[in-house]
Design a protein around this ligand. Structure first.
Ligand code: OGA
Ligand code: NI
Length: 353
């Protein structure tokens, strides 16, 4: 893996704060990739399903709704998820304070493409690529052997404790969600977690996203269309500013977040493990000219050093294995080199191509 970026890194927040009135060409997307808003799509009245953890946990009727959400949308919002609401607010607030620090302070955490850990403004090392209108901080959370809080921000003062507390609560939620997904696929409750490599061996990363306000939001994207490479993702969205859009056929549906809900989405590894029954759906982030947006994505991933392929119990004569097994550490390298590119990556594992 290359150790450095192909071009000097520009923090998007710095561009935004400089008060420029046009978006530099590096961030201007080709016409077919530019944002489409709900109001431009006639008859669009669909919304990402909202599930209550109390109704779905070990309840047959609820499990059917989970299955439906994962087959149809690859996304749902979850309420009564067990993560403390005040903690959600504090950790998001702490990240906002971090991004508000002067760029010289944040630059001390500048990341490189070998591990991505730290403060960064691009994904992928393709020279002259179009860039996204966002900055981020990426850190390793699980397994705890690769957790290194000394690489995490040290300001604001409580941020490291908040990350650990929030990470712990979301980890517990992910364990319940993996069990729920397993049952909703008709498998034993612990079957999917075993296929992930066991709860003490799974991986998790946190990515704090900062989407600065943008003078020409219709020309660019905060995050280009992609599916998440890992197992499942838990997104804590901004409490005020919408921006996440989910692909639904030919439309882009903007998620209207329910207060205190978390957004759950299926990643490529669960698409592979479920042999395509569950979909890792493309999503993107649009920005706006009036407000910055902060979100936290926790990626919960299978153990990275074992082959991940379709679960045998889900294979039938009519539906044999659709994907070739691959280790997650190997899979992840592809996105780290090329950057976000829709669903090209998981499609490249199709056995029939
Ligand atoms: C991501 C992501 C969505 C958001 O980080 O992979 O899709 O709302 N984030 O920031
Ligand atoms: Ni994503």
């Amino acid at each position: 893996m290359v150790a450095s970026w192909p071009e000097p890194i520009v923090s998007v927040q710095t561009l935004s704060q400089a008060g420029i009135s046009t978006v530099p060409n590096r961030y201007v997307k080709p016409v077919h990739q530019r944002p489409v808003y709900n109001s431009d799509q006639s008859g669009l009245d669909m919304e990402v399903p909202v599930l209550d953890m109390r109704d779905v946990w070990r309840k047959p009727e609820g499990l059917r709704r989970v299955r439906n959400a994962c087959e149809e949308w690859g996304f749902f919002q979850v309420v009564n998820h067990g993560v403390d609401h005040a903690l959600m607010e504090s950790v998001r607030g702490a990240w906002r304070e971090f991004f508000d620090l002067p760029v010289e302070v944040k630059r001390k955490y500048a990341n490189s493409p070998d591990t991505y850990e730290g403060y960064g403004s691009r994904v992928g090392v393709v020279k002259d690529a179009k860039l996204d209108w966002s900055d981020y901080f990426f850190l390793n959370y699980l397994p705890s052997s690769i957790r290194n809080p000394s690489k995490w921000p040290s300001q604001p003062p409580k941020i490291r404790e908040l990350i650990e507390e929030y990470g712990e609560e979301v980890r517990k939620l992910c364990e319940r969600l993996v069990e729920t997904l397993s049952e909703s696929l008709g498998l034993e409750p612990n079957h999917l977690m075993k296929a992930f490599g066991g709860e003490d061996k799974v991986g998790a990363n946190l990515r704090a996203n900062f989407y600065p306000k943008c003078p020409q939001p219709h020309l660019t994207l905060g995050l280009s269309s992609h599916s998440d490479p890992g197992g499942i993702t838990i997104v804590l969205p901004d409490e005020k500013v919408a921006g996440l859009q989910v692909r639904r056929g030919d439309c882009w549906v903007t998620v209207k977040s329910v207060p205190n809900a978390l957004i759950v989405n299926i990643g490529d590894q669960v698409q592979i493990l479920s042999n395509g029954i569950y979909k890792s759906v493309e999503h993107q982030v649009v920005v706006n000219s009036g407000m910055d947006r902060v979100s936290l994505a926790l990626f919960y991933n299978p153990r990275s050093d074992i082959p991940i392929g379709p679960v045998k119990a889900l294979l039938t004569k009519d539906r044999p294995a659709l994907y070739k097994p691959i280790r997650f550490d190997e899979y992840r390298l592809l996105i780290r080199q090329k950057g976000p590119s829709g669903k090209n990556q998981v499609d490249s594992l199709l056995t029939s191509t």
